[in-house]
Design a binder for this molecule. Structure first.
Ligand SMILES: Nc1ncnc2c1ncn2[C@@H]1O[C@H](COP(=O)(O)OP(=O)(O)OP(=O)(O)O)[C@@H](O)[C@H]1O
Ligand SMILES: [Mg+2]
Length: 245
């Protein structure tokens, strides 16, 4: 698959189809068994140890559970400040200024830098995770079900924020989701995964238009569930229906 700067690739598929595994391979957390990952003209090392500091910085990930992605003992300022110090060596006044600018970008006011994660709403926590990713000045942000734990209205706000930031910063987004409405709204291209393989990949307008393969057809006509094997059941029940007719 290819992903260009300023573009969004949506990865969809039932639970267990390998979406997060793909993300882990790209970020270097899980060495791929085969294949290569090319990034900004260079081939990335298969495992984390072989990646440069720039590789790590330019490729940021945001997770579904904003809770567990943050150290509960660190303030929002410390959480956003860490990548600023680690990647850019920012300290003192310069670091504080950048933290404030990032808080402004995620539309959270001045008072938030001193707050702890436990004092934030789910949507605010996810915004802080976005700010922390942006602090690294990434070229690619991988979002793994980042809105799944949020109510639809808050989720919508997070999506709008990500899209706005994408326009301003020109980052590429790899967006993993179960939600086809989201895919329709934000994707430029779509990859459909099934049993660890990409079964369909192309521009949004192509993937969302017939003729579909069986799996994509089912995926588009069903509401995918967070449960392994639901698709097999749908396929089996359809077979029974057609056998009975
Ligand atoms: N470290 C691991 N070792 C062995 N098997 C794993 C490991 N991580 C994931 N798997 C298996 O690989 C398959 C794909 O898992 P993955 O987490 O990528 O699915 P997913 O598409 O992200 O699902 P979900 O939508 O539920 O998050 C699953 O069958 C899972 O059990
Ligand atoms: Mg997953």
């Amino acid at each position: 698959m290819d992903l260009r700067s300023g573009q969004t690739l949506a990865v969809v598929g039932e639970s267990g189809s390998g979406k997060s595994t793909l993300a882990r391979a790209i970020t270097g957390l899980l060495p791929p068994r085969s294949g290569t990952i090319r990034f900004a003209g260079r081939e990335l090392s298969r495992d984390l140890a072989g990646r440069s500091k720039d590789d790590l910085r330019e490729l940021q990930m945001i997770y579904q559970m904003a809770d567990v992605a943050m150290n509960p003992r660190h303030t929002v300022g410390q959480i956003i400040g860490r990548p600023l110090e680690f990647y850019f060596g920012l300290k003192g006044e310069a670091k504080q200024k950048r933290i404030q600018a990032l808080l402004d970008e995620i539309e959270m006011g001045r008072g938030f830098a001193d707050r702890y994660p436990a004092e934030l709403s789910g949507g605010q926590k996810q915004r802080v995770c976005i700010a922390r990713a942006l602090a690294a000045k990434p070229r690619l942000i991988i979002c793994d079900e980042v809105t799944s734990a949020l109510d639809p209205l808050v989720a919508d706000g997070i999506l709008k924020l990500l899209l706005d930031l994408q326009k301003v910063e020109g980052v590429a987004d790899l967006f993993i989701t179960h939600d086809l409405a989201t895919v329709k709204a934000i994707a430029d291209s779509i990859a459909v995964m099934y049993r660890g393989a990409v079964v369909r990949y192309g521009a949004k307008s192509d993937v969302l238009a017939p003729p579909y393969d069986d799996y994509t057809d089912l995926l588009l006509s069903s509401v995918p569930e967070m449960r392994l094997g639901w698709l097999e059941e749908v396929i089996a029940s359809r077979r029974m229906e057609s056998a009975g007719n």
